[in-house]
Write a new protein. Structure first.
Length: 252
């Protein structure tokens, strides 16, 4: 099986390589739409294996030239480009029940909140609001168009509100990489964690992955201790490095 190496941040890939107008055939689109509905409805949040099954099944039929199943318009997406569709329709990382359970372990009831920093399309924000209540989750992203996310930078929100409270859990997924706008966001987050019992939950594939900066990962390793980790769904059956969700506390 071919390993898909994520050597470059997809958000930094030139638009002509992303081919944003390419579409999947209708069977693949239906499978992804079913996954999207699982995230949006009031049913149980899907398990990791269920998310991967939906993603991989869509990829397996994306290349098939099935009569009557190709959408009109530009040529359909191949399975190798599924991530370009999911990144626009869902996000760059995929929530699952195991990830929410990890966050629940560190969530401080009754006064704690989850601050979703760089929330993007708001998928994680919506899933976490289902799990913890809409008043317990705040999504922040100046470029987001989701009604569930405040259109504000983390620094502006901190200036206006005083920043995270002592019991708040800070959550970040796929931080900007070196040279990208907002590449200092990781440092802003780490600077706000001043107490040794405050929790940072980070989603990414680590220093060998396509996102985040080397300085951020260096500080994370030197100043913080990892307390828990869970695997996250992969968009392809073979992806290296894969994403994990990890919980950190500042070292005493």
């Amino acid at each position: 099986m071919t390993t898909v190496a994520r050597e470059q941040c997809p958000r930094c890939t030139p638009s002509f390589l992303r081919r944003p107008n390419r579409r999947m055939n209708k069977r693949a689109m239906r499978r992804h739409s079913h996954l999207a509905r699982q995230y949006e409805n009031s049913r149980t949040i899907p398990l990791l294996k269920d998310v991967e099954t939906a993603l991989w099944c869509a990829g397996s039929v994306a290349d098939r030239p099935l009569g009557g199943y190709w959408p009109r318009g530009p040529a359909p997406l191949s399975s190798s480009n599924i991530e370009h569709w999911t990144s626009r329709k869902l996000g760059w990382s995929f929530p699952c029940a195991e990830a929410v359970a990890l966050i629940r372990r560190f969530f401080q009831w009754p006064c704690g909140r989850v601050i979703d920093i760089g929330a993007g399309s708001g998928l994680w924000t919506r899933v976490l609001k289902r799990a913890f209540g809409s008043d317990k989750v705040i999504g922040l992203d100046p470029a987001s168009t989701s009604d569930d996310v405040l259109q504000a930078t983390f620094s502006d929100w901190c200036d206006e509100t005083g920043g995270p409270k002592h019991a708040d859990l800070l959550f970040a997924s796929w931080l900007p990489c070196q040279g990208q706008e907002g590449s200092d966001l990781g440092h802003q987050i780490l600077d706000r964690i001043v107490a040794d019992d405050q929790i940072l939950v980070y989603v990414g594939s680590g220093p060998s992955g396509p996102v985040g900066t080397k300085d951020f990962y260096h500080r994370l390793g030197v100043e913080f201790e990892e307390y828990a980790t869970e695997s996250l769904p992969r968009v392809y059956p073979s992806v290296f490095p894969r994403d994990f969700i990890r919980a950190y506390q500042r070292k005493r």
